[in-house]
Design a protein around this ligand. Structure first.
Ligand code: FAD
Length: 428
């Protein structure tokens, strides 16, 4: 007998806002304990940022490993109700007795979709692919990514000509395209609310000294993840955006915006480990390329220290303690990185074919972005308010965390949701 079918004395309902790895974990753990879980995700599919990664540190396995196990637990559990393309638009009540109003945007594709792709072939409209940070294009009708759940296309109504075109309607062999779909709202009574809206990359164009947006061969760490992914814009090849050539040298710039009073005063927590992982991407694909990492200090807590040691031992990879002051076009077809070497007190100038900025994490939703009052810290991350509003935050909505810490945090949030529902039951 699977967990979802077992009898449980736990009763009640949780609303989980955000369907990344943290929100999925809250919904699964709560539902496998006996709660009903409404998982509300604003994008067309579950998975959040993890789905954009090429590999996970520290095991260096593809993200499909972790996501697939969780998606299977969701698929088999009748207590979990997944609402994609949906947003919480109103919340009233108090812990144990909330009423939530959720708005569902039209997907224009019904559940007959077999993801055959005939609609994409027929669609004449293109748009930037935000999943690849604009490094590729998709059609107005698209599958968010190859491992998307639900595995159904979605139409972007901002660019689609809808009834004025309708070529996808004619092309679909199973009648899955329905351009008459309208937004709708649903109301739920829930005993607990968990916010797991995660993070977004800090806007690198604000780091004007680091060349992003002005020097073509300067990209961010998340763009690099997509570039290295076999499902990404280059099919996994590392290329310079300016000319499509393989770089012979790559510089990673740590703390691009983080630990900087002018940008993000805090440490973004995962960027060091992400860069260590990304040095292995370069070594695997371009064994002759030279890799340099400019860092303030490398943060690889606990068991992750072993991963750091392995990355350091790679041939052709050097770590230099230095705060990067400037990234510019050197006028000779590559990029100049100027850094202050804080060990030797020197200013270093290094030329590279490609520069990757380890840009930090900022919360996806801050004060005022969701339709209720909740506590936030000075950087906009959520703070649990167990005595007041009762709203609980999980994963990167609370602070920058790696996947394993996000999952642990989300499991704790599921327990809070169970307790909140239990109090409601005991107080009637
Ligand atoms: C460059 C880089 C590489 C990384 N590599 C690794 C790695 O190798 N290993 C590792 O352990 N960690 C890695 N991380 C960290 C990892 O990305 C996070 O741990 C993980 O994304 C946290 O998941 P989450 O669910 O908390 O947030 P997210 O992944 O951000 O998911 C949040 C979800 O909420 C949805 N959402 C947002 N707002 C709303 C709203 N208003 N309503 C409804 N839904 C909403 C979003 O669409 C998204 O689906 C990396 C981070 C970076 C920057």
């Amino acid at each position: 007998m699977n967990l979802s079918a077992r009898e449980s004395t736990v009763r009640g309902t949780v609303l989980v806002v955000g369907g990344g790895i943290s929100g999925m974990t809250v919904a699964i753990e709560a539902a496998e304990s006996g709660l009903d879980a409404h998982l509300v995700e604003s994008s067309p599919s579950l998975g959040g940022r993890v789905a954009q990664l090429d590999k996970y540190f520290p095991k260096l396995c593809p993200p499909i490993c972790g996501l697939e196990i969780n998606l299977r637990r969701i698929r088999v559990n009748p207590r979990i109700h997944v609402h994609t393309l949906s947003r919480l638009v109103a919340l009233s009540g108090s812990p144990g007795h909330f009423r939530a109003v959720v708005e569902h945007a039209p997907r224009f594709i019904n559940d007959q979709c077999t993801a055959c792709g005939a609609c994409v072939e027929a669609c004449p409209v293109e748009r930037d692919n935000t999943f690849d940070f604009g490094m590729s294009r998709t059609k107005a009708v698209s599958l968010p990514h190859p491992m998307a759940y639900p595995p159904r296309y979605a139409i972007d109504e901002q660019v689609c000509k809808l009834g004025d075109c309708a070529k996808c309607v004619a092309a679909c062999p199973v009648g899955a395209v329905d351009l008459s779909m309208k937004p709708r709202t649903t109301e739920f009574d829930v005993g607990a609310v968990v916010v797991a809206t995660g993070w977004k990359p800090y806007d690198a164009t604000r780091l004007s000294n680091l060349g992003f947006g002005t020097v073509k061969d300067v990209i961010t760490n998340m763009m690099f993840e997509r570039m290295c992914s076999t499902t990404g814009p280059t099919g996994g090849k590392i290329q310079r955006p300016s000319d499509g050539k393989e770089p012979r040298s790559v510089v990673f710039v740590q703390c691009a915006g983080s630990r900087d009073e002018n940008h993000l005063p805090y440490c973004s927590g995962v960027c060091c480990m992400a860069t260590l992982k990304q040095t292995t991407y370069v070594r695997d694909r371009l064994p002759d390329a030279k890799v340099r990492v400019f860092y303030i200090d490398v943060r690889s807590p606990g068991r992750l220290e072993d991963f750091y040691r392995k990355a350091q031992a790679q041939e052709g990879v050097t770590f230099e303690r230095g705060k990067v002051a400037r990234v510019t076009d050197n006028g000779k077809g590559s990029v100049r990185v100027t850094a202050e070497d804080t060990l030797e007190g020197l200013v270093r100038e290094v030329d590279a074919d490609l520069v990757v900025l380890a840009t930090g994490l900022v919360p996806s939703t801050g004060p005022g972005d969701l339709p209720f009052n909740a506590l936030h810290d000075e950087s906009g991350f959520g703070v649990n308010d167990l005595q007041g509003t009762g709203i609980v935050f999980a994963g990167c909505a609370k602070r920058p965390l790696d996947v394993s810490s996000s999952v642990q945090d989300a499991t704790g949030a599921a327990l809070r949701a169970i307790q909140s529902n239990a109090r409601r039951a005991s107080h009637g």
